[in-house]
Design a protein around this ligand. Structure first.
Ligand code: 2RA
Length: 339
């Protein structure tokens, strides 16, 4: 199998290299692509050096079976034809095609079968905040249909990329020396702060990030009437997003029932022992694969409501790992590559 990573030098691109190794993904040849800036850099994969090629409009994708792309929506749109024209399956981490009717938007634990319907040879990987939320919503929705979701996110710097992570470290360093922090990647200084603003604002007062949670959740869960109201906030955490979630279901669900369903759900780990100060936190979850769920309780403001706290590594399950799991799902369910 020939596999390509587009955007190999970015935070998610680098995570693809680690995840493909960790998952022992079947690869005969790995090709790395990037901008003219990153072309020529080398990275180690399975003990061998692989050089980054510049992404160009040529036939470099001939013979490629799967291309994991994470170089921004503009690049994905511009190069989709180049990447897919010889038959490569493009699993795209950007927002470019997520809401297109002829592109499936897939989280394997929730709607893996959708990955087989690819008229354009493209599968979209959802936004990180949506991925970790739907993994946790699925077992509850299986118990009783969810009618409404309220969610407040606590998103790490990693969601804004490798340079944003560096910026957060640099801000703390400068502040500790009594210097003014540099602000480039965020709207304001993130160190010692929280910023209730991720992506741009839309006409309804929500940000695009918040509307992604509304629209993508409906598409992945095949629930076109589901209401999702999100408040997305950047916090000075390096890696792993947290979310406080309140759901309303058609019938009321007990805490025990919910805990059992979460514990049995694919991709979910329950850490919920408040008496012993056990609950998921980003420091513990960074670098881990599953979505962690804790603080499970009845919502005292809604008799059909349930409230819980989830934490997932944004670069892993929220990006590279989910994309690789889509490919693994296809392989496990009979899709043939390289035939
Ligand atoms: C963020 N959700 O955290 C974005 C990344 N996709 O900024």
């Amino acid at each position: 199998m020939r596999v390509a990573i587009v955007g190999a030098s970015g935070a998610v691109g680098q995570e693809f290299l680690r995840v493909l190794e960790e998952q022992n993904f079947p690869i005969d040849e790995l090709l790395l692509f990037g901008s003219s800036r990153s072309a020529g850099r080398t990275y180690i994969f399975r003990g061998k050096e692989v050089k980054v090629k510049e992404l160009c409009h040529n036939d470099d994708f001939k013979g490629v079976d799967i291309a994991f792309t994470s170089a921004g929506a503009g690049t994905s749109k511009e190069f989709a034809e180049t990447i897919t024209k010889h038959g490569a399956l493009m699993i795209d981490n950007s927002s470019a095609f997520r809401m297109d009717d002829d592109v499936p938007l897939v989280v394997p634990e929730v709607n893996g079968q959708d990955a087989f319907d690819t008229p354009r040879g493209i599968i979209a990987n959802p936004n990180c905040t949506t991925i970790q939320m739907v993994v946790a919503l699925k077992p509850i929705n299986d118990l009783s249909k969810i009618t409404r979701v309220h969610v407040a996110t606590y998103q790490a710097a990693s969601g804004a990329g490798a340079a944003a992570m560096d910026e957060l470290v640099d801000q703390y360093a400068r502040l500790s020396r009594g210097e003014a922090p540099e602000v480039n990647k965020f709207a304001y200084q993130l160190a010692y702060n929280v910023i209730p603003h991720i992506d741009v604002f839309t006409d309804n007062g929500y940000t695009k990030e918040e509307m992604k949670m509304f629209n993508e959740t409906r598409k992945i869960m095949h629930e076109p009437a589901l209401s999702v109201s999100a408040m997305c906030v950047r916090v000075p955490v390096m890696r792993a997003h947290s979310e406080a979630v309140w759901v309303e279901t058609e019938r009321s669900i007990s805490v025990d029932e919910a805990r059992e369903a979460f514990a049995a759900a694919e991709g979910v780990v329950v850490v919920d022992d408040p008496a012993n100060k056990k609950y998921p936190m980003p420091l513990d979850v960074a670098g881990c694969d599953p979505v962690y769920v804790g603080r499970i309780r009845e919502d005292i403001a809604n008799e059909r409501g349930l409230s819980f706290w989830i934490v997932g590594d944004q670069i892993k399950k929220g990006a590279a790992l989910n994309a690789v799991q889509i490919a693994q799902y296809l392989l496990a369910h009979g899709k043939k590559f390289g035939a």
